[in-house]
Design a protein around this ligand. Structure first.
Ligand SMILES: NC(=O)C1=CN([C@@H]2O[C@H](COP(=O)(O)OP(=O)(O)OC[C@H]3O[C@@H](n4cnc5c(N)ncnc54)[C@H](OP(=O)(O)O)[C@@H]3O)[C@@H](O)[C@H]2O)C=CC1
Ligand SMILES: CC(C)(CO)C(=O)C(=O)O
Length: 334
């Protein structure tokens, strides 16, 4: 009998593939990975990886590779199910997708950006531990090739579940930290998930969407004036919403986030998605914060306009993908 932990990974993109590599590299886990578009390629050749942490020219196949959650069950039961897809709850409920692999002892680990990403998991699995993974990494998947450009730093803690003791939720969080951390990455226990998520949002709610909307990386955005004219102001609005939600972030975080990619012409994940014509994580990165601002009567004009522009871009992508249709005849006021 193996004493290794069993992890199911759903969402093997830039973040998820490096997560599965980190877990296997640390040697305390067997990873089963659910792949969709990369399944045939990875079964045949594995992922190819260039990684700033682990080296270039790597070929990697997780211990088990399957093409559906249902098919993963023969390799369970799982201690952890890691979700590292883009978080699009308005389009796909990932908690329904992973449900067949969840037992009462499974902890669900959401390594995704945004605010309010835990709602579905807590509602559907009120007796399970739900973990938050806040990832600082720069990594992208291009057809089974992973370009991992900035070091993997992961903070793991729990989204508080009133039905479970805090000491147990902390122990499960620390167990995941223990199987993830290795001599090449940085993984720490996060004692204040709410704070970490609002702090990270200072970057994601501002730089991600403005780069996605303009089609430029952060270096070009700064050279051409966008950081001064838009980003700093939008970041200040994130600080104001966080404050209204009980989280005090220091002003220094603004310069910290703006400088965090120096000296790289960095392309945030939402810009990568816009270029691939993928759907964008607009609701968890902007919609939820803007709704909290409305509820708490915080004035956020920059974030509101960024959100409304993104909603239109998202509808355009949905129409292109055949997910929505517009009326044949343009509706006009009577
Ligand atoms: N990339 C980055 O540098 C960073 C990203 N993040 C956050 O991490 C999360 C993951 O981002 P990222 O790695 O960039 O995402 P990617 O778009 O690179 O990868 C997402 C993966 O999820 C897969 N997927 C989607 N739905 C399913 C499903 N139902 N079953 C199985 N696989 C599925 C996709 O497969 P398919 O090809 O079949 O669609 C794809 O491989 C996001 O929340 C992002 O904001 C956080 C920090 C940095
Ligand atoms: C902050 C950053 C750039 C890296 O962790 C990110 O979250 C993203 O690209 O979406």
């Amino acid at each position: 009998m193996s004493s290794k932990s069993k992890v199911l990974l759903v969402g093997s993109g830039g973040v998820g593939t490096i997560a599965s590599y980190a877990l296997e590299y640390a040697g305390k886990t067997t990873v089963t990975s659910v792949l969709r578009s990369d399944y045939d390629r990875v079964m045949e050749k594995g992922f190819s990886i260039n990684s700033c942490d682990y080296g270039n020219g790597l070929v990697f196949k997780p211990t088990n590779v399957v093409n559906s959650v249902e098919a993963s069950k023969v390799f369970g039961p799982f201690d952890f199910v890691v979700v590292a897809t883009k978080c699009l709850p308005e389009v796909t409920n990932m908690i329904d997708v992973i449900a067949p692999a969840i037992t009462i002892d499974t902890a669900i680990v959401l390594i995704q950006n945004g605010i309010g990403i835990e709602t579905e998991a807590l509602a559907k699995f009120p007796k399970n531990v739900i973990l938050s993974g806040v990832s600082m990494i720069g990594s992208a998947n291009m057809d089974g090739h992973i370009e991992h450009e900035s070091p993997d730093m992961l903070r793991v803690g729990y989204f508080n579940n009133q039905n479970i003791t805090q000491s147990h939720q902390e122990a499960v969080s620390r167990k995941f930290v223990g199987i993830y951390q290795n001599d090449k990455n940085e993984c720490v226990y996060d004692e204040d998930v709410k704070f970490s998520r609002w702090r990270k949002l200072v970057y994601n709610a501002c730089l991600n969407p403005v780069c996605a909307l303009t089609g430029v990386d952060i270096g070009r955005l700064e050279i051409w004036g966008g950081v001064d004219s838009i980003i700093r102001k939008a970041m200040r609005e994130v600080l104001a919403i966080a404050k209204s939600d009980g989280v005090i972030l220091s002003e220094d975080v603004i310069e910290f986030m703006i400088r965090s990619d120096d000296p790289v012409y960095y392309r945030p994940s939402m810009l990568v998605d816009a270029e691939k014509q993928n759907l964008l994580e607009i609701e968890v990165i902007l919609g939820n914060p803007v709704r909290i601002a409305r509820k708490n009567e915080v004035n956020v004009p920059y974030l509101t306009i960024i959100y409304e522009l993104l909603r239109i871009v998202q509808s355009r992508t949905m129409e292109e993908k055949g997910m929505i249709e517009i009326p044949k005849e343009r509706p006009v006021p009577k």
